[in-house]
Design a protein around this ligand. Sequence first.
Ligand SMILES: Cc1cc2nc3c(=O)[nH]c(=O)nc-3n(C[C@H](O)[C@H](O)[C@H](O)COP(=O)(O)OP(=O)(O)OC[C@H]3O[C@@H](n4cnc5c(N)ncnc54)[C@H](O)[C@@H]3O)c2cc1C
Length: 546
Amino acid sequence: MEHSADYVVAGAGSAGCIVARRLAEAGASVILLEAGGPDRTRLVRQPGMIAIFHNVPALKKRLDWGYYTAPQAGALGRRIPQPRGRVLGGSGSINGMVFVRGNRKNYDDWAAAGCTGWSYADVLPSFRRMEDWEDGATALRGAGGPIRVRRQKDLTPASSAFIEALAATAGVKKIDDYNGEAQEGAAVCQQNAAGGLRYSSSIGYLDGHGLPNLTVTTGALITRVVIDKGRATGVEVVTQEGPSTIRATREVILCAGVFGSAQLLMLSGVGPAGHLREHGITVVADLPVGDNLHDHLFVPMTYCMASARNRGTTPYFVGGVVKEAVRGGSWMGRTVFEALGFVRSSRAPGSEDVPDLQIHVLPWSYPFPNQDAPIRHKVDKRPALTIMPTLIYPKSRGTVRLASADPSAAPVIDPGYLTEPDDTRLLLDGMELIRAVMASPVIAGQVSCELSPGAGYPDRAALAGELPNRATSVYHAVGSCRMGADERAVVDPALRVRGVEGLRVADASIMPSITGGNTNAPAMMIGEHCASLMAASLTGQEAAGS
Ligand SMILES: Cc1cc2nc3c(=O)[nH]c(=O)nc-3n(C[C@H](O)[C@H](O)[C@H](O)COP(=O)(O)OP(=O)(O)OC[C@H]3O[C@@H](n4cnc5c(N)ncnc54)[C@H](O)[C@@H]3O)c2cc1C
């Protein structure tokens, strides 16, 4: 194990693998440290495995930190699962591979709020550099990059019909590429998977990297950033060989994710002073680390459709595996999502200048998620379409805090779900929209029943009563180490931790506000963008305060 390098990158997730690879390519020596194990397993690499390992606790434990939120007052005190990848590739190794950049306005809003250098025009080169888009390069899309992005193929007739029905009912267009010119519309889902392989940042950027100056160490739990006289000089880690210190002669870059980076900063004395003192931690910098936590919520709605799949049955799985073994095929080579929509809620016509609801569609029955325990595989056995009306701009905000000064203890995750009434209102709009879509002549003939929430909840009032029992996370938490130019920001627009030298954060935690869509592509972009911001410092050109 190497013990010193120019840069130590803490956490090999969606962003961390990219930061490490790009810094090493630029000639620096880099040590990338990851608490989890290697990702050379079919469980990670074969996209269809997500339908299996998330539902088999013994497999899930190998790859997941297995977090839960604190009891959510806005959700009947439920503790909502918060899986996070604990493996090379991080959450990008266990996620649904839905590839969405977000709305270009999200980045323009970041820039307008003081994050100079993060407008859409600024981050577009980082998105393009990352991609290998199936239609080839354009002014907006990239080709030849490490992450292969493909449209989902062979949609079930149920998902295709949904795209038509959503477009007709919501008054939006059927669009070819929601990551291109415009996001609004109904579309086939894009996935970062191709040729039967998941394209996580680990697979895309680390497999066969051949860089002697890049050391990747798995099984290394980072317990603290060492900060000496206001400067980060390395990290303390625990491996199988015991505790040790890894020195960074230039910088430490925290890429431990929305929970991990906040936790590590607080363990290192960077965080809300009162909270740190409660845990006996010496305060290095009094910053609002852990505040501004927010996430996307949805409520699953399931419809019986003859032309959907019935993945819940043993014959379906056995049939798929046999098909794959005998004649190859795409059965295990794809994500479970087939269609997406980006639409405006009906409540405030004209008040939103971007789509404020995302609709995810998967052609099978999704387990009812109201339990305070690992989601069990209780899917309905009938072919069904699950539609997820998803709140993409939540107003509710929460916190990540330390449960204890013990680095191996899970942090306290309290996203404050549904504490803002507008969030409930928007989710109800989404649910009503889906009912209208499924009742539309374009698709109604194919629908045999609404399985969930079902006839027991016939109107908005009934749905409102049940929503806190069913709303759940799409696992897109962000924002706990907010980037900004103001006094309350944790990192500046160059991702440097305010008040500490030689320390940056680069992962989903730095988002000032969540992007309108799934957060993996933005997290990978943050990794690319961080490396390009640092390229200047590698050549000694970085301006102070840039
Ligand atoms: C089940 C699931 C499904 C999802 N589906 C999608 C999807 O379909 N599309 C999409 O766009 N987004 C999806 N997401 C969200 C997306 O994957 C995340 O937003 C993104 O991966 C976050 O990247 P990150 O780099 O911030 O953190 P991560 O990828 O989580 O990386 C953090 C890394 O740091 C490591 N780490 C943390 N603490 C320590 C420590 N103390 N010591 C050493 N290492 C540490 C972790 O093990 C991990 O490898 C999903 C997430 C989950 C969990």
